[in-house]
Ligand binder design. Structure first.
Ligand SMILES: CC(C)(COP(=O)(O)OP(=O)(O)OC[C@H]1O[C@@H](n2cnc3c(N)ncnc32)[C@H](O)[C@@H]1OP(=O)(O)O)[C@@H](O)C(=O)NCCC(=O)NCCS
Length: 215
């Protein structure tokens, strides 16, 4: 089993290679004290009181701040819309994701993306009943016999949702997003097109980029 520090180092190396061009992606191990990494304004807008969720949000925002500093962006708090989407400094877009162990952020300037999304999932097969809801006719996977193929579709659709929801304000369901993991592309029922950047070790991570012209 990969120790958390190794996992984060491995994941960061993969994110450095696979982030959408012109964007940055960073990960951070979720530490016991990471709720304290939330700025006061961020802590105030989080709706959850669950300590693990607040730690994960603090870790994700810490990773995002690292990226924003790289872009010399203002150190504004990363607040949330009522729908839960992160609010980025003017001129930037981005996305956050976390599991029990790691938090991931992807950030870029608005000139390179109208929307960015990221999702992380364990590299484990999806239960069959969930897979039946997620993977639909029209979705294309590289190898249908790959036990991870359904969860790759899952992680890709969630990343696309996070990139597109802030643009349209609509809740999309699984059939509203069609992914082609061979072409690295997704289309939504709202007419948005996203490029996909999917990795599978040590976690399944998908990043989605909607181009500034909407696709
Ligand atoms: C957004 C959603 C996909 C997040 O998934 P999750 O597995 O609960 O949580 P993740 O760790 O992957 O991501 C959490 C982050 O998503 C981001 N997020 C939440 N709602 C969002 C939205 N509407 N748009 C963009 N990003 C959003 C937040 O930054 C959040 O981090 P924070 O709580 O620290 O601020 C999910 O909660 C949701 O709203 N689903 C409804 C739509 C849906 O599931 N459709 C079918 C799949 S496409």
């Amino acid at each position: 089993m990969t120790a958390p520090d190794d996992l984060v180092a491995d994941l960061q190396a993969i994110l450095d290679r696979s982030a959408p061009p012109g964007t940055g992606a960073a990960c951070r191990r979720i530490d016991r004290d990471d709720a304290a990494m939330l700025l006061d304004a961020e802590a105030a807008v989080l709706t959850t009181a669950v300590p693990a969720a607040r730690r994960a949000s603090g870790a994700a925002r810490t990773a995002a701040r690292r990226l924003l500093a790289r872009f010399a962006a203002a150190e504004d708090p990363i607040l949330r819309t009522p729908a839960g989407a992160p609010v980025w400094p003017t001129g930037f877009v981005g996305s956050l994701a976390h599991d029990d162990t790691v938090a991931i952020a992807v950030v870029g300037r608005s000139e390179v993306a109208a929307g960015l999304g990221v999702d992380v999932e364990p590299a484990e097969p999806l239960p069959a009943d969930v897979a039946d809801l997620v993977v639909l006719p029209g979705d294309v996977v590289a190898d249908p016999t790959d036990p991870l193929s359904s969860r790759l579709v899952f992680v890709a659709k969630e990343a696309v949702y996070k990139a597109v929801h802030p643009l349209c304000g609509l809740v999309l369901d699984w059939p509203d997003i069609t992914v082609d993991l061979v072409a690295g592309r997704a289309v939504t029922a709202t007419g948005h097109v996203a490029e996909l950047f999917v990795t599978r070790a040590p976690r399944l991570v998908a990043m989605a980029r909607v181009a500034p012209n909407g696709g």
